[in-house]
Design a protein around this ligand. Sequence first.
Ligand code: CP
Length: 361
Amino acid sequence: MNDLPWYVGYFSGRHWLKNVDYSIDDVVRVIEASRDLKNKFYLGVETPYLKGRTLYLIFYNKSLRTRNSFQTGVFQLGGQGIYISPDQVYAPTLPEDMVPYQTEAISDVARVLSRYGDGIAVRIYGDAAKWIIGRGHRVIEEFAKWSKVPVLNMEDDLYHPFQSLADAQAALEALGWPKKLLKGRKFVVSYAYSGGLKPLAVPQDVALMASMLGADVYIAHPPGFELLDEVLAKVKEFTDSWGSEFKVVNNMDEAFEGADFVYPKAWSPKGFFPPFSRDSKVHKEEAMDYQSKFRDWITTIEKLYEAGRPYYMHCGPADRGQEVSDEVLDRYDKSLYFNEAENRLHVQKAVMSMVMARVVR
Ligand code: CP
C-alpha cells in the first residue's frame, strides 16, 4: 500500500507492556496517531495497515471494552483477532505452576503463536494471577521474553496501558488539544468504593499518564490503599520534570476541590495480598470487610458541583451506586466515561499499526 501514514511500523516489532517503557514524546505520538485513525474512522476512510495480520488475544479475565475494541480494531486495520480462553487451550502457565496435560509453558505457547501470527495480547490479574501482586505482570513479561512478535498488555495487576492512553486522549480532546498537554491542570486519581476487588492497574497507570503529560497530580485514598512505591516514585519523577505538583491525600473532597479532572475508581487495599500481607497469604474476605468501611467514597453530582464541575473519568465498568451515582454516568455533561471507552478502539489501532506492521520505506 502506498502513502502509508508515518506511524505505520513506527515501533515495528516492539512490545507494549507499559507506557513508561516509552518516552513522553512517544506517548504523544501514539495519541496523535490515534487521532488520525479516529478522524479516518469518522470519515469512513479505510485503513488496511495490517492486511493479512493476526493478533491472538488471551483473556484470563472477563472484558467488554478491551476484547471488543481490540478485535474490532484489528479487523478495521485489515487483519483478524483470534480470542483465546485459557480454559479452552492448555492454560499458558509459569514454570512453577505446570500441571501435566492441563497447562502449557508460556515459553512454548509464545513461540508457537509467534510462528503463526503477528502479535499476542494478554490480560491477567486477580484470581488468574493468584492475587499475588505483580504476578500478572510477570506472566506478561514471560510472554514478551519468549515471543518473536509484539506482546501487548491488555491489563495486568500493575498496568493498563491502553486504558490510560485512551483516557489521555479523552482528556486532551475535552480541553481542545492544548499545546501544553495537561500542564497547569489538576488531575485527581481517587479511590471509590466497590463491593468487588479490583486491581491496582488503572489508578497506577492513570497517575503515571497524567504525570507524563504534565498535570498536577493528586492521589486520594483511605489509609491502606497506597499505590506501589515504585509507581509513586515515577509519578514524582515526571511531575518534578514538569515543575508540577504531586500530592497524596486521604480525603476525597479535599482532592476534588478545584480539580480539572477527577478519576474516582475502586482498587484493592494491598496489605491483604502477597507480597504485602502480614503472612504472605491472600486475605480476600478481610480486604472486602476493610474496604466496606469506605462506602462514602462515592462520586455524586453534588460532589462534582461542590468541587467546581471537573471532568468525570472512569475506565469502566463502573459500579453504579457504589463507585458513582447513576446521575453522574447518565446526565452529568462533563462525564468522559463513554469517550474514554470509545478511544480504546483508536489508541489500540494506533499501537497495533505501530508495532505489528512491517514496513520497508
Ligand atoms: N476498561 C476496561 O478494560 O474494560 P473491560 O474490562 O470491559 O475490558
